[in-house]
Structure formats: structure tokens, C-alpha cells
Design a protein around this ligand. Structure first.
Ligand SMILES: Nc1ncnc2c1ncn2[C@@H]1O[C@H](COP(=O)(O)OP(=O)(O)OP(=O)(O)O)[C@@H](O)[C@H]1O
Length: 372
């Protein structure tokens, strides 16, 4: 039987259930597609995470991260495919479990605390099915866990951003959802606080053994937080794996450039070797003349005053703290090459240099477009 999507419900209700009855669960997106307003927003998304794992949905603005999160929660309904939580289908062509029965907790970008309620009442909100005394006790314990018990009777507007984040986290976790869904939970915090809250959030998620999905557009954040990362682009899954896999073996040029700044260089196969304007990069079994593209991390451009594959001139040099950023003009290549070097690696004032490629920092893709 079909049940309509539940846009009129208050999504803050999504995690409401009896405390203590649920445990972390596997979460699976199977062939998810989503069309809205005549557009394809998501297609063919297959992701599965195990109970207790943290999945980061990573991608640029508009890639479909929030849509996928909303589909997992039941606020939105996919137009193709199925969602499984703990092995049970919660959404599919013939089945739709509403948000409040899915055992999911939701945490929003702006934390969405109720301004007219004290902190303890905000946290209690998810526990309305429990007896009153238990609600208070459990909510207070949850505030204690995030270090805010002493502020239980204050109102959200008295709190700093980090404190609000912690209350939102306590509120989302207190009903012990099987899966916690978090939409850019750190984006409203300044960078120092963001670091602190990231570590704290992981600690709390591990402690409660919650399965979590975190939306972010920051690759470093995804690597810090996620056991697995799903990289999306224009509604498609570009790559799924650990942070290390995505960083070290990006599926295509887009994935490579999402994880670090890169130079994109045209290349071709010559005598079993991929050769770009900075020299030889890697061996290749492909036939001579095959067009290739090299993605070279800025750290992968070796710069030396006296040795390297090709000659270059330093066009600009910027001090940016732990490294210097160089812009280089390479003989016979009309685009500037960017490099990031340790300040001591090249004496100040040196203009004529040699450059070569560190093969460890270079990614080779077939074709001139750079796909895998
Ligand atoms: N119900 C809908 N109706 C029409 N368009 C929608 C709907 N939901 C999402 N979209 C569109 O789908 C695209 C993906 O949106 P989504 O919010 O999922 O992306 P995102 O990756 O989370 O982006 P951001 O990082 O900017 O939040 C956007 O272009 C958005 O406008």
C-alpha cells in the first residue's frame, strides 16, 4: 500500500520513539532515483553502510546530498529504488514507512532548536512517548553527555553556536535512533569551533554506536569524519569508499580535484610511458599516441634550481604559512603550472628553475576529458 510523503509533518519528529528500544542499523540506498519539477535530481545511487559506521555524503552545491538525506528520513520520497534500514525496506515502489516510524534522527544545518523551550525541554521533545519523570531524567542525562547539564533551564538564544550544536545533537540522539542524519552540522560554526565539534561529534557517535549520515561539501571534513565517503556530482555517485581510497585513487578528474588542488595537464602515451608537458609520469600499456589527461597535485610539482625534466620560470611566489605557492611558466606550454613547495626548498629570489613530476601525486586518466 502506498502512503503519501509527509511534507506537512514537523521533521523534528522524525526520531521520536521509545527510548532504548533500537540499536544502530545498516542503511542501504538501492538504485535510488529522484525526479522533481520535471528534473532528474538523483539517479542510480547505490550505497550501503554497516551499523555504527559514519557515512559522509560529499559533493558540490546542488549535487543532491540533502535530497538523499531527506529520502533516507522519509521527508522526501524517491521516484525509483528502495531504502533499507536494518534490512527492512522502509521505502520502495510499494512501501513507504513514515519518518516517525523509521527510527531515524535528524539534525539540521541551523540546529532548529525550539526558541521558546528550555534546553531540557528541547531535548525532552523527542521522548514524548515516555512517562514524564523518565523524560526529564533521560533528557538531563543526554545534556550531561554533551557537557551542558548546567544550562538545562536556559533558552537556546543564550547559547553559543557550539553549545546549540551540542543541544541539537543531544536532542537528535536521545530517542536512540537507529540512524542519525545530519545536514551540514558544522557549517554555522567558526573554524576553531568546527574542529572541536567535529571531534566531539565523532566521539559521541562512537559512544552511542549510532549509524550516521553526514552531509558536507568539505572533502577534508568528510575524510576526518567518515568511515565511508560517497562523492556525488549532479545527482550521480562518482565514487564510494574510504577517505584514503578517494584521496589516493580518485575515480576521475572531478574526484581528484575535489580532494586537492590539481594542475590538469594534457598528455599522451609515448613508447609505453605517459608524457605530459612536465615530463614522464607513469608507464602505460596503451598504444602510442593515445590521448591522456594528468591531474597533478600542487605538491606533486617538484621545483629545483638545478635539476628536473623541463625548464621553467617563477612568475609569482606567495607565502601562505607552511608552504609557498608558485606560479610557473614552462617552456613550450601556454598554461601556468601551480606548485606548492616548502619555503626552504627554493632559495628566495630564484627565477629560473627546473621542474618535474612526483609520480605519487599524479593521476592519469585516459582521454582528453579526464574520466576514469
Ligand atoms: N523537491 C524538489 N523540487 C525541485 N527541485 C528540487 C527538489 N529538491 C531538490 N531539488 C533540486 O535538486 C538539486 C539538488 O539539491 P540538494 O539540496 O539535494 O543538493 P545539495 O547537494 O544538498 O546542495 P547544497 O550543498 O547546496 O545544499 C538542486 O538543484 C535543487 O534545487
Amino acid at each position: 500500500m502506498r502512503t503519501d510523503t509527509t511534507e506537512r509533518r514537523d521533521p523534528r519528529d522524525a526520531g521520536r520513539m521509545k527510548t532504548g528500544v533500537s540499536f544502530a542499523a545498516d542503511l542501504e540506498f538501492r538504485s535510488i532515483g529522484f525526479r522533481a519539477a520535471g528534473r532528474t535530481i538523483l539517479s542510480d545511487i547505490d550505497i550501503r553502510i554497516h551499523a555504527g559506521q559514519i557515512l559522509c555524503l560529499l559533493g558540490p552545491s546542488g549535487s543532491g546530498k540533502t535530497s538523499l538525506l531527506r529520502i533516507a528520513s522519509g521527508i522526501e520520497r524517491q521516484t525509483a529504488g528502495q531504502i533499507f534500514i536494518g534490512g527492512q525496506e522502509v521505502a520502495g515502489p510499494d512501501r513507504f514507512v513514515p519518518p516517525e516510524q523509521r527510527g531515524v534522527g535528524l539534525m539540521f544545518q541551523d540546529f532548529a532548536l525550539f526558541p521558546h523551550m528550555t534546553l531540557v525541554d528541547n531535548v525532552r521533545y523527542g521522548l514524548r512517548s515516555l512517562p514524564r519523570e523518565m523524560q526529564r531524567e533521560t533528557a538531563t542525562a543526554a545534556l550531561r553527555r554533551v557537557g551542558l547539564e548546567h544550562l538545562a533551564e536556559t533558552y537556546p538564544h543564550n547559547l553559543s553556536g557550539g553549545e546549540q550544536q551540542r543541544v541539537a545533537m543531544a536532542r537528535a540522539l536521545v530517542p536512540r535512533p537507529q540512524v542519525l542524519l545530519m545536514d551540514e552540522p558544522f557549517s554555522g560554526l567558526d573554524s576553531r569551533l568546527r574542529d572541536e565539534m567535529r571531534s566531539e561529534t565523532v566521539a559521541i557517535l562512537r559512544e552511542t554506536r549510532a549509524t550516521a549520515v553526514i552531509v558536507t561539501h568539505d572533502a577534508e571534513e568528510a575524510m576526518r569524519l567518515g568511515d565511508r565517503i560517497a562523492l556525488l556530482r549532479a545527482g550521480r555517485l562518482v565514487q564510494y569508499g574510504t577517505g584514503r581510497e578517494l584521496y589516493r585513487q580518485p575515480a576521475d578528474l572531478f574526484a581528484a580535484s575535489f580532494f586537492s588542488e590539481i594542475n590538469v595537464l594534457p598528455a599522451s602515451v609515448q613508447g609505453g610511458t605517459v608524457v605530459c608537458p612536465l615530463g614522464a609520469v607513469a608507464a602505460s600499456p596503451r598504444s602510442d599516441g593515445t590521448a591522456m589527461t594528468v591531474g597533478l597535485r600542487l605538491e606533486g610539482v617538484r621545483v629545483s634550481p638545478d635539476e628536473g625534466s623541463v625548464q621553467a620560470r617563477v612568475v609569482s611566489r606567495q607565502f601562505v604559512g607552511r608552504s609557498d605557492l608558485l606560479s610557473l611558466a614552462v617552456d613550450g606550454f601556454d598554461r601556468r603550472i601551480r606548485a606548492r613547495i616548502r619555503p626552504g626548498d627554493l632559495p628566495d629570489g630564484v627565477q629560473e628553475v627546473f621542474v618535474s613530476v612526483d609520480p605519487q601525486e599524479a593521476f592519469v586518466f585516459e582521454g582528453s576529458g579526464g574520466s576514469a
